[in-house]
Design a protein around this ligand. Structure first.
Ligand SMILES: [Zn+2]
Length: 490
Protein backbone atom coordinates (compact mmCIF):
# COMPACT_ATOMS: atom_id res chain seq x y z
CA UNK A 1 0.00 0.00 0.00
CA UNK A 2 1.90 3.01 -1.30
CA UNK A 3 -0.78 5.22 -2.85
CA UNK A 4 -1.26 8.89 -1.96
CA UNK A 5 -4.67 10.55 -1.81
CA UNK A 6 -4.94 14.30 -2.28
CA UNK A 7 -8.11 16.16 -1.63
CA UNK A 8 -9.06 19.82 -2.02
CA UNK A 9 -11.99 22.13 -2.51
CA UNK A 10 -11.60 21.58 -6.24
CA UNK A 11 -10.07 18.74 -8.26
CA UNK A 12 -9.86 18.99 -12.04
CA UNK A 13 -10.31 15.47 -13.33
CA UNK A 14 -10.83 14.33 -16.87
CA UNK A 15 -13.46 12.12 -18.45
CA UNK A 16 -13.14 11.00 -22.08
CA UNK A 17 -10.59 13.69 -22.84
CA UNK A 18 -12.58 16.57 -21.31
CA UNK A 19 -11.71 18.26 -18.04
CA UNK A 20 -14.31 18.13 -15.29
CA UNK A 21 -14.38 19.79 -11.85
CA UNK A 22 -15.01 17.74 -8.73
CA UNK A 23 -16.01 19.78 -5.72
CA UNK A 24 -14.31 18.40 -2.60
CA UNK A 25 -12.75 15.89 -4.97
CA UNK A 26 -10.03 13.31 -4.51
CA UNK A 27 -7.10 12.31 -6.66
CA UNK A 28 -5.16 9.15 -5.89
CA UNK A 29 -1.83 8.26 -7.42
CA UNK A 30 0.61 5.44 -6.95
CA UNK A 31 4.10 5.31 -8.40
CA UNK A 32 4.16 7.52 -11.48
CA UNK A 33 0.47 7.18 -12.39
CA UNK A 34 -2.99 8.36 -11.42
CA UNK A 35 -5.24 5.64 -9.97
CA UNK A 36 -8.46 7.50 -9.31
CA UNK A 37 -10.13 10.90 -9.59
CA UNK A 38 -13.56 11.67 -8.19
CA UNK A 39 -15.44 11.13 -4.94
CA UNK A 40 -15.16 8.30 -2.41
CA UNK A 41 -12.06 6.30 -3.37
CA UNK A 42 -12.82 2.80 -2.12
CA UNK A 43 -9.24 1.53 -1.75
CA UNK A 44 -6.69 1.95 1.00
CA UNK A 45 -3.94 4.54 0.77
CA UNK A 46 -0.63 5.10 2.52
CA UNK A 47 -1.28 8.77 3.14
CA UNK A 48 -3.97 11.40 2.78
CA UNK A 49 -3.21 15.10 2.26
CA UNK A 50 -5.94 17.71 2.46
CA UNK A 51 -4.94 20.73 0.37
CA UNK A 52 -7.86 22.80 1.63
CA UNK A 53 -8.98 25.81 -0.40
CA UNK A 54 -7.00 24.84 -3.50
CA UNK A 55 -7.40 23.63 -7.04
CA UNK A 56 -5.68 20.35 -7.83
CA UNK A 57 -5.06 20.34 -11.57
CA UNK A 58 -2.88 18.73 -14.21
CA UNK A 59 0.47 20.49 -14.68
CA UNK A 60 1.11 22.67 -17.70
CA UNK A 61 2.89 21.49 -20.84
CA UNK A 62 5.30 24.13 -22.09
CA UNK A 63 6.24 23.48 -25.72
CA UNK A 64 8.62 26.45 -25.94
CA UNK A 65 9.90 26.54 -22.38
CA UNK A 66 12.18 29.40 -21.40
CA UNK A 67 15.46 27.67 -20.57
CA UNK A 68 18.11 30.34 -20.33
CA UNK A 69 18.68 33.74 -18.75
CA UNK A 70 16.29 35.54 -21.03
CA UNK A 71 18.02 37.97 -23.39
CA UNK A 72 14.76 38.61 -25.28
CA UNK A 73 13.75 41.05 -22.54
CA UNK A 74 16.63 43.30 -23.63
CA UNK A 75 14.77 43.94 -26.88
CA UNK A 76 11.56 45.09 -25.22
CA UNK A 77 12.53 48.79 -25.31
CA UNK A 78 15.62 48.42 -27.47
CA UNK A 79 15.06 48.05 -31.22
CA UNK A 80 15.79 47.36 -34.05
CA UNK A 81 17.43 43.95 -33.55
CA UNK A 82 20.21 44.64 -36.07
CA UNK A 83 21.48 47.53 -33.93
CA UNK A 84 21.00 45.85 -30.56
CA UNK A 85 23.16 42.75 -30.77
CA UNK A 86 20.47 40.42 -32.06
CA UNK A 87 21.84 40.02 -35.58
CA UNK A 88 25.51 39.21 -35.92
CA UNK A 89 27.52 41.94 -37.71
CA UNK A 90 29.93 40.91 -40.45
CA UNK A 91 32.86 41.99 -38.24
CA UNK A 92 31.82 39.57 -35.47
CA UNK A 93 31.46 36.67 -37.93
CA UNK A 94 34.89 37.43 -39.40
CA UNK A 95 36.60 37.39 -36.01
CA UNK A 96 34.92 34.00 -35.43
CA UNK A 97 31.76 33.78 -33.30
CA UNK A 98 32.47 32.28 -29.91
CA UNK A 99 30.64 30.92 -26.88
CA UNK A 100 29.90 33.85 -24.58
CA UNK A 101 29.19 31.46 -21.69
CA UNK A 102 31.44 28.75 -20.26
CA UNK A 103 30.11 25.15 -20.21
CA UNK A 104 29.52 25.64 -16.49
CA UNK A 105 27.43 28.76 -17.09
CA UNK A 106 25.42 27.02 -19.81
CA UNK A 107 24.65 24.15 -17.44
CA UNK A 108 23.73 26.56 -14.65
CA UNK A 109 21.23 28.53 -16.67
CA UNK A 110 19.33 25.38 -17.65
CA UNK A 111 19.13 24.23 -14.04
CA UNK A 112 18.06 27.72 -12.93
CA UNK A 113 15.40 27.89 -15.65
CA UNK A 114 14.09 24.42 -14.77
CA UNK A 115 13.51 25.52 -11.17
CA UNK A 116 11.52 28.49 -12.47
CA UNK A 117 9.38 26.31 -14.72
CA UNK A 118 8.49 24.02 -11.83
CA UNK A 119 7.67 26.99 -9.61
CA UNK A 120 5.20 28.17 -12.26
CA UNK A 121 3.35 24.87 -12.37
CA UNK A 122 4.96 23.58 -15.56
CA UNK A 123 5.45 19.83 -15.39
CA UNK A 124 6.50 19.06 -19.00
CA UNK A 125 9.01 21.32 -20.74
CA UNK A 126 10.56 21.50 -24.20
CA UNK A 127 13.42 23.95 -23.63
CA UNK A 128 14.08 26.88 -25.93
CA UNK A 129 16.99 29.31 -25.67
CA UNK A 130 18.58 32.06 -27.70
CA UNK A 131 21.47 31.27 -30.06
CA UNK A 132 22.69 34.87 -30.28
CA UNK A 133 25.38 34.38 -27.65
CA UNK A 134 26.50 31.02 -29.03
CA UNK A 135 29.38 30.08 -31.30
CA UNK A 136 26.74 28.46 -33.56
CA UNK A 137 24.22 25.89 -32.29
CA UNK A 138 23.70 24.35 -28.86
CA UNK A 139 26.00 21.61 -27.61
CA UNK A 140 25.43 18.03 -26.57
CA UNK A 141 27.43 18.67 -23.40
CA UNK A 142 25.05 21.29 -22.06
CA UNK A 143 22.07 19.06 -22.85
CA UNK A 144 23.63 16.13 -21.02
CA UNK A 145 23.91 18.51 -18.07
CA UNK A 146 20.32 19.62 -18.66
CA UNK A 147 19.14 16.00 -18.56
CA UNK A 148 20.95 15.50 -15.28
CA UNK A 149 19.38 18.68 -13.88
CA UNK A 150 15.90 17.59 -14.98
CA UNK A 151 16.36 14.18 -13.34
CA UNK A 152 17.72 15.82 -10.19
CA UNK A 153 14.86 18.34 -9.95
CA UNK A 154 12.22 15.94 -11.26
CA UNK A 155 11.08 17.92 -14.30
CA UNK A 156 9.61 16.05 -17.29
CA UNK A 157 11.47 17.23 -20.39
CA UNK A 158 11.91 16.70 -24.09
CA UNK A 159 15.52 17.58 -24.86
CA UNK A 160 17.49 18.24 -28.00
CA UNK A 161 20.25 20.74 -28.76
CA UNK A 162 19.21 23.40 -31.29
CA UNK A 163 21.12 23.34 -34.57
CA UNK A 164 21.17 25.27 -37.82
CA UNK A 165 22.92 25.57 -41.15
CA UNK A 166 22.58 29.33 -41.47
CA UNK A 167 22.24 32.66 -39.78
CA UNK A 168 21.43 36.29 -40.45
CA UNK A 169 24.24 38.77 -40.88
CA UNK A 170 24.13 42.57 -40.82
CA UNK A 171 26.63 44.38 -43.05
CA UNK A 172 28.43 47.58 -42.05
CA UNK A 173 25.91 49.64 -44.06
CA UNK A 174 23.02 48.13 -42.12
CA UNK A 175 21.70 45.73 -44.77
CA UNK A 176 20.63 42.35 -43.44
CA UNK A 177 21.30 39.13 -45.36
CA UNK A 178 21.84 35.44 -44.72
CA UNK A 179 24.92 33.25 -44.55
CA UNK A 180 25.10 29.45 -44.62
CA UNK A 181 27.51 26.80 -43.37
CA UNK A 182 25.82 23.52 -44.23
CA UNK A 183 28.56 21.11 -43.13
CA UNK A 184 28.52 22.66 -39.67
CA UNK A 185 24.77 22.35 -39.33
CA UNK A 186 24.67 18.78 -40.63
CA UNK A 187 27.37 17.81 -38.13
CA UNK A 188 25.27 19.35 -35.37
CA UNK A 189 22.24 17.40 -36.57
CA UNK A 190 24.22 14.16 -36.39
CA UNK A 191 25.28 15.01 -32.84
CA UNK A 192 21.65 15.79 -31.95
CA UNK A 193 20.51 12.43 -33.34
CA UNK A 194 23.18 10.61 -31.33
CA UNK A 195 22.07 12.56 -28.24
CA UNK A 196 18.44 11.60 -28.83
CA UNK A 197 19.33 7.91 -29.06
CA UNK A 198 21.20 7.95 -25.74
CA UNK A 199 18.68 10.07 -23.80
CA UNK A 200 15.27 8.81 -24.98
CA UNK A 201 13.42 7.23 -22.10
CA UNK A 202 15.96 7.85 -19.34
CA UNK A 203 14.83 8.02 -15.70
CA UNK A 204 11.70 5.97 -16.20
CA UNK A 205 10.61 8.02 -19.20
CA UNK A 206 11.04 11.40 -17.53
CA UNK A 207 13.63 12.30 -20.17
CA UNK A 208 12.49 12.20 -23.78
CA UNK A 209 14.25 13.39 -26.89
CA UNK A 210 13.27 15.85 -29.56
CA UNK A 211 14.96 17.41 -32.57
CA UNK A 212 15.27 21.18 -32.63
CA UNK A 213 16.32 22.76 -35.93
CA UNK A 214 16.30 26.39 -34.88
CA UNK A 215 14.42 28.56 -37.36
CA UNK A 216 13.10 27.93 -40.82
CA UNK A 217 15.11 30.76 -42.40
CA UNK A 218 18.40 29.47 -40.97
CA UNK A 219 17.97 25.94 -42.32
CA UNK A 220 18.97 24.51 -45.68
CA UNK A 221 16.64 22.01 -47.40
CA UNK A 222 19.00 19.15 -46.67
CA UNK A 223 18.97 19.90 -42.92
CA UNK A 224 15.18 19.97 -42.80
CA UNK A 225 14.73 16.81 -44.87
CA UNK A 226 17.20 14.88 -42.73
CA UNK A 227 15.61 16.26 -39.55
CA UNK A 228 12.14 15.11 -40.58
CA UNK A 229 13.48 11.69 -41.58
CA UNK A 230 15.31 11.29 -38.26
CA UNK A 231 12.25 12.40 -36.27
CA UNK A 232 10.19 9.79 -38.11
CA UNK A 233 12.83 7.13 -37.67
CA UNK A 234 13.18 7.81 -33.91
CA UNK A 235 9.46 8.66 -33.55
CA UNK A 236 10.19 11.86 -31.62
CA UNK A 237 8.92 15.44 -31.92
CA UNK A 238 10.68 17.97 -34.14
CA UNK A 239 10.30 21.65 -33.38
CA UNK A 240 11.01 24.46 -35.82
CA UNK A 241 10.31 28.17 -35.45
CA UNK A 242 8.45 29.43 -38.48
CA UNK A 243 5.97 32.14 -39.39
CA UNK A 244 7.24 34.21 -36.49
CA UNK A 245 8.44 37.41 -38.17
CA UNK A 246 8.15 39.46 -41.34
CA UNK A 247 11.87 39.22 -42.10
CA UNK A 248 11.67 35.43 -41.79
CA UNK A 249 8.65 35.18 -44.11
CA UNK A 250 10.22 37.49 -46.70
CA UNK A 251 13.58 35.71 -46.51
CA UNK A 252 12.08 32.27 -47.12
CA UNK A 253 9.96 33.66 -49.95
CA UNK A 254 13.03 35.27 -51.55
CA UNK A 255 15.23 32.19 -51.15
CA UNK A 256 12.72 29.48 -52.09
CA UNK A 257 9.80 31.20 -53.84
CA UNK A 258 7.40 29.79 -51.26
CA UNK A 259 6.03 30.78 -47.87
CA UNK A 260 7.58 28.93 -44.92
CA UNK A 261 4.62 26.52 -44.65
CA UNK A 262 4.55 25.92 -48.41
CA UNK A 263 8.28 25.28 -48.42
CA UNK A 264 8.16 22.96 -45.41
CA UNK A 265 5.34 20.97 -46.97
CA UNK A 266 7.26 20.64 -50.25
CA UNK A 267 10.24 19.23 -48.30
CA UNK A 268 8.07 16.69 -46.49
CA UNK A 269 8.94 18.30 -43.17
CA UNK A 270 5.40 18.66 -41.83
CA UNK A 271 3.73 15.83 -39.91
CA UNK A 272 2.01 15.21 -36.59
CA UNK A 273 5.49 15.24 -35.02
CA UNK A 274 6.06 18.86 -36.05
CA UNK A 275 5.78 21.62 -33.43
CA UNK A 276 5.74 25.07 -34.97
CA UNK A 277 6.25 28.26 -32.94
CA UNK A 278 4.72 30.90 -33.51
CA UNK A 279 2.34 31.10 -36.52
CA UNK A 280 1.84 34.85 -36.12
CA UNK A 281 2.92 35.88 -39.65
CA UNK A 282 0.77 33.86 -42.04
CA UNK A 283 -0.85 34.44 -45.40
CA UNK A 284 -4.17 36.20 -45.14
CA UNK A 285 -3.31 37.89 -41.84
CA UNK A 286 -2.95 41.63 -41.36
CA UNK A 287 0.84 41.18 -41.27
CA UNK A 288 1.38 39.26 -44.52
CA UNK A 289 -0.05 40.76 -47.68
CA UNK A 290 0.04 37.58 -49.71
CA UNK A 291 -2.76 35.11 -50.42
CA UNK A 292 -2.10 31.55 -49.38
CA UNK A 293 -3.04 28.57 -47.26
CA UNK A 294 -0.32 28.65 -44.61
CA UNK A 295 -2.56 27.68 -41.70
CA UNK A 296 -4.45 25.10 -43.72
CA UNK A 297 -1.15 23.51 -44.75
CA UNK A 298 -0.07 23.18 -41.10
CA UNK A 299 -3.46 21.77 -40.15
CA UNK A 300 -3.76 19.33 -43.06
CA UNK A 301 -0.33 17.88 -42.28
CA UNK A 302 -1.25 17.32 -38.64
CA UNK A 303 1.31 19.77 -37.24
CA UNK A 304 0.72 21.70 -34.01
CA UNK A 305 1.42 25.36 -33.62
CA UNK A 306 3.12 26.58 -30.48
CA UNK A 307 1.36 29.72 -29.34
CA UNK A 308 3.35 32.01 -27.03
CA UNK A 309 1.08 35.00 -26.36
CA UNK A 310 3.39 36.96 -24.06
CA UNK A 311 6.51 37.06 -26.21
CA UNK A 312 4.43 37.76 -29.32
CA UNK A 313 2.53 40.61 -27.68
CA UNK A 314 5.72 42.18 -26.36
CA UNK A 315 6.91 42.30 -29.97
CA UNK A 316 3.66 43.79 -31.21
CA UNK A 317 2.15 40.69 -32.75
CA UNK A 318 -0.36 37.96 -32.08
CA UNK A 319 -1.99 35.05 -33.82
CA UNK A 320 -5.17 36.09 -35.62
CA UNK A 321 -6.77 34.59 -33.80
CA UNK A 322 -6.84 31.80 -31.24
CA UNK A 323 -10.57 31.23 -31.66
CA UNK A 324 -10.34 31.25 -35.45
CA UNK A 325 -7.37 28.86 -35.46
CA UNK A 326 -9.30 26.55 -33.15
CA UNK A 327 -12.46 26.72 -35.22
CA UNK A 328 -10.56 25.70 -38.35
CA UNK A 329 -9.25 22.62 -36.53
CA UNK A 330 -5.63 23.64 -36.07
CA UNK A 331 -3.87 21.95 -33.16
CA UNK A 332 -2.64 24.54 -30.64
CA UNK A 333 -0.25 24.09 -27.70
CA UNK A 334 1.29 26.83 -25.59
CA UNK A 335 4.78 28.00 -24.70
CA UNK A 336 6.26 30.54 -22.31
CA UNK A 337 9.36 31.41 -24.38
CA UNK A 338 10.25 34.52 -22.36
CA UNK A 339 10.55 35.68 -18.76
CA UNK A 340 8.53 35.14 -16.64
CA UNK A 341 7.93 31.48 -17.45
CA UNK A 342 4.37 31.97 -16.31
CA UNK A 343 1.86 29.91 -18.28
CA UNK A 344 -1.07 31.58 -16.53
CA UNK A 345 0.14 35.01 -17.64
CA UNK A 346 0.44 33.67 -21.17
CA UNK A 347 -3.14 32.39 -21.03
CA UNK A 348 -4.35 35.71 -19.65
CA UNK A 349 -2.61 37.75 -22.36
CA UNK A 350 -3.76 35.36 -25.07
CA UNK A 351 -7.39 35.50 -23.98
CA UNK A 352 -7.45 39.29 -23.91
CA UNK A 353 -5.78 39.53 -27.32
CA UNK A 354 -8.29 37.11 -28.81
CA UNK A 355 -11.19 39.23 -27.56
CA UNK A 356 -9.60 42.48 -28.74
CA UNK A 357 -8.81 41.09 -32.19
CA UNK A 358 -12.27 39.60 -32.63
CA UNK A 359 -14.01 42.55 -30.93
CA UNK A 360 -16.04 40.08 -28.95
CA UNK A 361 -15.99 38.68 -25.42
CA UNK A 362 -17.80 35.54 -26.49
CA UNK A 363 -15.09 34.08 -28.74
CA UNK A 364 -12.92 32.58 -26.03
CA UNK A 365 -13.41 31.32 -22.49
CA UNK A 366 -11.03 30.46 -19.66
CA UNK A 367 -11.28 26.72 -20.30
CA UNK A 368 -10.21 27.19 -23.94
CA UNK A 369 -6.80 28.45 -22.85
CA UNK A 370 -6.55 26.00 -19.94
CA UNK A 371 -7.20 23.20 -22.45
CA UNK A 372 -4.47 24.51 -24.75
CA UNK A 373 -1.96 24.64 -21.87
CA UNK A 374 -2.71 21.04 -20.90
CA UNK A 375 -4.54 18.92 -23.48
CA UNK A 376 -3.22 20.92 -26.43
CA UNK A 377 0.36 20.26 -25.38
CA UNK A 378 -0.39 16.58 -24.81
CA UNK A 379 -1.94 16.25 -28.26
CA UNK A 380 1.04 18.00 -29.84
CA UNK A 381 3.34 15.50 -28.14
CA UNK A 382 0.99 12.61 -28.94
CA UNK A 383 0.81 11.84 -25.23
CA UNK A 384 -2.70 10.95 -24.08
CA UNK A 385 -1.16 10.16 -20.67
CA UNK A 386 -0.21 13.81 -20.07
CA UNK A 387 -2.13 17.02 -19.45
CA UNK A 388 -5.02 15.38 -17.58
CA UNK A 389 -5.85 13.75 -14.29
CA UNK A 390 -7.54 10.46 -15.06
CA UNK A 391 -6.73 6.82 -14.24
CA UNK A 392 -3.63 5.68 -16.11
CA UNK A 393 -2.35 9.19 -16.82
CA UNK A 394 1.00 10.30 -15.43
CA UNK A 395 0.86 11.81 -11.95
CA UNK A 396 1.84 15.34 -13.05
CA UNK A 397 -0.14 17.47 -10.61
CA UNK A 398 -0.16 21.11 -9.55
CA UNK A 399 -1.95 22.39 -6.47
CA UNK A 400 -3.00 26.03 -6.94
CA UNK A 401 -3.43 28.06 -3.77
CA UNK A 402 -6.81 29.80 -3.72
CA UNK A 403 -6.67 30.62 0.01
CA UNK A 404 -4.03 33.33 0.25
CA UNK A 405 -4.87 36.93 0.98
CA UNK A 406 -3.99 38.42 -2.42
CA UNK A 407 -6.04 36.12 -4.61
CA UNK A 408 -9.13 38.30 -4.28
CA UNK A 409 -12.58 36.80 -4.49
CA UNK A 410 -12.66 33.30 -5.81
CA UNK A 411 -15.32 32.37 -8.35
CA UNK A 412 -15.05 29.32 -10.61
CA UNK A 413 -11.47 28.10 -9.96
CA UNK A 414 -10.34 28.05 -13.62
CA UNK A 415 -11.84 31.51 -14.18
CA UNK A 416 -10.11 32.69 -11.01
CA UNK A 417 -6.76 31.45 -12.37
CA UNK A 418 -7.36 33.39 -15.59
CA UNK A 419 -8.38 36.54 -13.74
CA UNK A 420 -6.63 36.82 -10.40
CA UNK A 421 -3.76 34.37 -10.21
CA UNK A 422 -0.16 34.16 -11.39
CA UNK A 423 2.37 31.37 -11.68
CA UNK A 424 3.50 32.28 -8.19
CA UNK A 425 0.29 30.76 -6.85
CA UNK A 426 1.48 27.24 -7.65
CA UNK A 427 1.95 25.78 -4.18
CA UNK A 428 2.72 22.10 -4.64
CA UNK A 429 4.03 20.37 -7.76
CA UNK A 430 4.13 16.62 -8.29
CA UNK A 431 5.76 15.17 -11.41
CA UNK A 432 5.78 11.50 -12.32
CA UNK A 433 4.50 10.83 -8.81
CA UNK A 434 7.35 12.68 -7.09
CA UNK A 435 6.77 15.75 -4.93
CA UNK A 436 9.21 18.08 -6.64
CA UNK A 437 7.92 21.23 -4.90
CA UNK A 438 6.06 21.39 -1.62
CA UNK A 439 4.83 24.63 -0.10
CA UNK A 440 6.88 26.51 -2.69
CA UNK A 441 10.11 24.76 -1.75
CA UNK A 442 12.20 22.65 -4.13
CA UNK A 443 14.23 20.35 -1.90
CA UNK A 444 17.93 21.18 -1.98
CA UNK A 445 17.51 24.34 -4.09
CA UNK A 446 18.85 27.63 -2.74
CA UNK A 447 16.78 30.06 -4.81
CA UNK A 448 18.45 33.19 -3.46
CA UNK A 449 21.94 31.92 -4.24
CA UNK A 450 20.75 30.95 -7.74
CA UNK A 451 19.18 34.35 -8.25
CA UNK A 452 22.44 36.11 -7.33
CA UNK A 453 24.51 33.84 -9.55
CA UNK A 454 22.08 34.31 -12.44
CA UNK A 455 22.25 38.11 -12.13
CA UNK A 456 26.05 38.10 -12.12
CA UNK A 457 26.16 35.78 -15.12
CA UNK A 458 23.66 37.93 -17.00
CA UNK A 459 25.58 41.13 -16.21
CA UNK A 460 28.75 39.56 -17.60
CA UNK A 461 26.89 38.64 -20.79
CA UNK A 462 25.55 42.17 -21.20
CA UNK A 463 29.09 43.50 -20.89
CA UNK A 464 29.99 41.43 -23.98
CA UNK A 465 27.17 42.81 -26.14
CA UNK A 466 29.35 45.43 -27.89
CA UNK A 467 31.46 42.63 -29.38
CA UNK A 468 28.54 41.40 -31.48
CA UNK A 469 26.62 44.61 -32.00
CA UNK A 470 26.81 46.53 -35.27
CA UNK A 471 29.48 49.25 -35.01
CA UNK A 472 30.46 47.97 -31.55
CA UNK A 473 29.01 50.83 -29.49
CA UNK A 474 29.32 50.80 -25.69
CA UNK A 475 26.65 49.01 -23.65
CA UNK A 476 25.17 52.36 -22.60
CA UNK A 477 24.36 53.12 -26.26
CA UNK A 478 22.94 49.69 -27.01
CA UNK A 479 20.51 49.59 -24.12
CA UNK A 480 18.39 52.54 -23.11
CA UNK A 481 17.16 53.42 -19.65
CA UNK A 482 13.55 54.36 -18.97
CA UNK A 483 14.58 57.76 -17.59
CA UNK A 484 17.85 59.71 -17.60
CA UNK A 485 20.18 58.27 -14.98
CA UNK A 486 22.36 60.42 -12.75
CA UNK A 487 25.40 58.30 -11.90
CA UNK A 488 26.95 58.71 -8.47
CA UNK A 489 30.35 60.43 -8.85
CA UNK A 490 33.28 58.11 -8.21
ZN1 LIG B 1 9.96 31.02 -29.65
Amino acid sequence: MTATLLTARWVLGNVDGRHRLYEQGEVVYDGDSILFVGHGYPGEVARRIDCGMSLIAPGFIDLDALSDLDTTVLGYDNQPPAKKGRIWPRSYIERGPYEMYSPDELAFQKRYAFTQLIRNGITTALPIASLFYRAWGETVGEFEAAADAAIDLGLRVYLGPAYRTGNFVVEEDGTVGTMFDEPRGLAELNAAIAFAKTQEGRAGGLIKAMLAPDRVETCTPELLKRSAAAAKDLDIPVRLHCHQSKIEYDTVLALHGKSPAEWLESLGFLSDRALLPHATYVSGSSRIDRPGRDLEIMRDNGASIVHCPLVSARHGSSIESFSRYKAMGLKIGLGTDTWPADMLLNCQVGMMFNRVIERSTGVVRSEDYFDAATLGGAEALRRPDLGRLSPGAKADIVVWDLAHDRIGQVIDPIQTLMLNASGRDARHVIINGRMVMWDGVLPGVDHLAMQMRAQEQFDRLIAKYPERTLGHPPVSEIFSTAYPVERRPA
